[in-house]
Write a protein that binds this ligand. Structure first.
Ligand code: CA
Length: 231
């Protein structure tokens, strides 16, 4: 059971979804505008927010940015468009996952459970700090440093780096990354992975041409190794 806040203006979506999620054992509150949603998210401190991007008073992406500035509550975005660029943008703006309309309550419920498993209190809490060369990844505080200097990562970049670090020395395919990091077992585009890898590289102070930790294995995937350990 989770305490959910659903921010959705469309009554024909909101009403049946609230009912279906309650039937699945969740405590569900709903808001129909961005501003009431933001207030409820801060006042009621739900376990997770489901956010419609098309709201009457404010763009959902704007609301996501405002919420992220003050809260780490997990957010699942509901988007009307199955648009790669749009999805990458909201994920990078701090959304933890997304569903494309029309979606079923069962599908959303599965995403909610997956996101909450990853969150604080989940298995990551017991994970030890990963140290690979000068790279330190602390799953509990979700902090990363390279050669002692802190690296600011988005939640998605952190999950990507952590997944690669748990498989250190092995080639990890983009398919696996889409499944394990993005929770997209079918479909999804390699480009999503490529874009995030390139941002991650930049933040770690390297490039695909001059890799230190993240080595592309052409046509296969990517491998994380300590600098100098790659021969
Ligand atoms: Ca809407």
């Amino acid at each position: 059971m989770a305490r959910l806040l659903l921010i959705e203006d469309d009554l024909t979506i909101r009403t049946p979804l609230v009912r279906a999620l309650r039937e699945r054992g969740h405590a569900v509150a709903a808001a129909s505008t961005a501003m009431t949603g933001l207030r409820d998210a801060l006042d009621d401190r739900p376990d997770l927010v489901v956010l419609d991007l098309g709201l009457p008073d404010l763009d959902g992406r704007e609301l996501l940015r405002m919420l992220r500035a003050v809260s780490t509550v997990p957010v699942i975005v509901a988007t009307a468009r199955d648009d790669e660029t749009e999805i990458v943008r909201v994920l990078d703006a701090g959304a933890d996952d997304y569903v494309v309309k029309p979606f079923t309550a069962a599908q959303l419920d599965a995403r909610v459970r997956a996101v909450l498993r990853r969150g604080p209190g989940g298995p990551a809490d017991q994970d030890p700090t990963l140290v690979i060369g000068g790279l330190r990844i602390d799953p509990r505080s979700r902090q990363v440093s390279v050669d002692g200097g802190p690296v600011e990562l988005t939640p998605r970049e952190f999950d990507l780096l952590r997944h690669l670090a748990t498989r250190v020395g092995e080639v990890v395919t983009k398919r696996e990354l889409l499944t394990e990091v993005w929770q997209i077992p079918y479909g999804g585009a390699d480009k999503t992975v490529d874009v995030h890898l390139s941002w991650l590289r930049r933040k770690l102070g390297e490039s695909a041409q001059q890799p230190r930790y993240l080595h592309t294995v052409r046509g296969v995937g990517v491998r994380l190794v300590a600098p100098g350990a790659d021969g």
